[in-house]
Design a protein around this ligand. Structure first.
Ligand SMILES: Cc1ncc(COP(=O)(O)O)c(C=O)c1O
Length: 425
């Protein structure tokens, strides 16, 4: 077994396993809706029927890929079972070398990084910009070294990173820019759609995401060579046909093809995505302006450049000095009053959450050994003090959905206001 695999401990017998999708929402209730059961685009049954009636011979996945690429305005879409696989395929297709560094947003989901870690890439976490949940060109710049090859930016909650300065910085240093658009599907930055703002981008259509269609996702790019290699790596398992022999595997590829049934639902979800996103934009702006009027409550700021706020998750910081309760108590009271699943989100801080990475770096397990690296790495919340402090006072509730009416938005604000007044110093 590879040494790096032995560095992680086997799961304990009674591991309290994380839940995903609808299972993570079980038992949650409140005064505003949760995404489940999902709204599904009206053509889903017809598309699913086509898949079944064709005896699995129809080209539903290719149809979805073509439709998604056209909607986003990119040349290529490679559909996968989720964004974690999409970015894993991308990481394996970029021809990076073990020990190369890639800079990441520190506040994100594990799926942003997983594929890069498996390629023996060293993740480097840029801090967030003050008052923001996202990184910026200014916070990326000090992380750039002679080994940096790429930057993976995450448009967290649906707020698109300020991409023009990031792209200018990347150009100066010859870095590839990759967008993680999981939480910003069809969001618009200065007139341009998320997914068109870098070299390549990953999307998630996981059941709780904006275009939820079960475990779906994709990779998009305008780069013909990258797209063709990513398809070879991601869909063909790195296999090619040799005359007289058959299949040879000239690269260690994956079988990360989006299933036909997921493609059928994804296509139907794509047909209603713009309407869905317009609702989310309205909901986010309504709730944000309501929360901003509550002293001691600081909603996520909406940058002026964000033309369409494809909001997936809403949240706010509290000023702990304004209240008699702790941040966790404030969140619990919001939940008890009807904001479903209100809680803190410290787990989004990747250098603190990836304990296996901390262990690998501390024990200098490959690729944290010399070679390929020339110095030690350490992962903890201390990597990103601004992000850690931000998340310490940040509260969010379960993901926003298109079911919210204006009354639901008002109710969400009223709940936060009531908790704030009850605990005000
Ligand atoms: C920002 C971000 N990146 C990556 C992922 C992983 O996506 P998937 O669940 O489709 O693999 C998620 C999903 O939670 C996400 O929110």
């Amino acid at each position: 077994m590879n040494a790096k695999r032995t560095a992680t401990k086997p799961p304990r017998a009674k591991t309290n396993r994380a839940k995903f999708g609808a299972a993570a929402y079980e038992g949650l209730s409140g005064k505003i809706p949760t995404p489940f059961p999902r709204h599904i685009g009206g053509n889903a049954m017809a598309y699913l029927k086509e898949v079944v009636d064709s005896g699995l011979t129809c080209n539903m996945t290719e149809r979805f890929e073509a439709a998604f690429a056209k909607t986003v305005g990119v040349k290529h879409c490679i559909a996968t079972p989720g964004c974690t696989p999409a970015l894993a395929v991308l990481a394996a297709s970029l021809r990076l070398k073990p020990g190369d560094e890639v800079i990441f947003s520190p506040v994100t989901d594990y799926g942003t990084l997983m594929g890069f870690i498996k390629e023996d890439i060293i993740p480097v976490f840029a801090d967030t910009a003050p008052g923001s949940i996202n990184l910026s060109a200014k916070t990326i710049e000090p992380c750039i070294t002679g080994r940096t090859r790429a930057v993976v930016v995450v448009h967290k909650t649906g707020i698109i990173c300020d991409m023009d300065p990031i792209n200018a910085l990347a150009k100066k240093h010859g870095l590839i820019v990759i967008e993680d658009c999981c939480q910003a599907v069809m969001g618009r930055y200065k007139g341009r759609l998320a997914g068109t703002l870098g070299h390549a981008a990953g999307f998630s259509f996981d059941s709780e995401k904006t275009m939820g269609s079960d475990t779906g996702g994709c990779l998009v790019t305008n780069d013909d060579d990258l797209a063709s290699y990513a398809r070879f790596i991601g869909h063909s398992r790195g296999a090619e046909m040799r005359p007289g022999f058959g299949r040879i595997h000239s690269a260690a590829g994956y079988a990360h093809r989006m299933p036909l049934c997921t493609a059928a639902i994804s296509l139907a979800q794509l047909e209603i995505v713009h309407e869905n996103v317009q609702r989310r934009d309205r909901i986010a702006r309504l709730i944000t302006s309501g929360l901003a009027k509550i002293p001691g409550v600081i909603p996520l700021p909406i940058p002026k450049y964000l033309d369409t706020y494809s909001c997936w998750m809403l949240g706010f910081n509290i000023d702990p000095t304004a209240f008699t309760c702790t941040v966790d108590e404030f969140a619990q009271q919001c939940d008890a009053m009807g904001l479903p699943g209100a809680g803190t989100a410290r787990y989004y801080l990747m250098p603190a959450a990836l304990t296996f990475l901390q262990e690998m770096a501390a024990s200098q397990t490959y690729p944290f050994s010399t070679p390929p690296t020339a110095h030690g790495y350490k992962y903890s919340a201390d990597n990103c003090p601004t992000a850690a402090a931000f998340l310490d006072t940040f509260i969010r509730w379960v993901t926003v959905c298109d079911k919210y009416t204006d009354e639901h938005c008002a109710t969400a604000v009223q709940i936060v206001r009531a908790v704030a007044e009850r605990n005000r110093k």
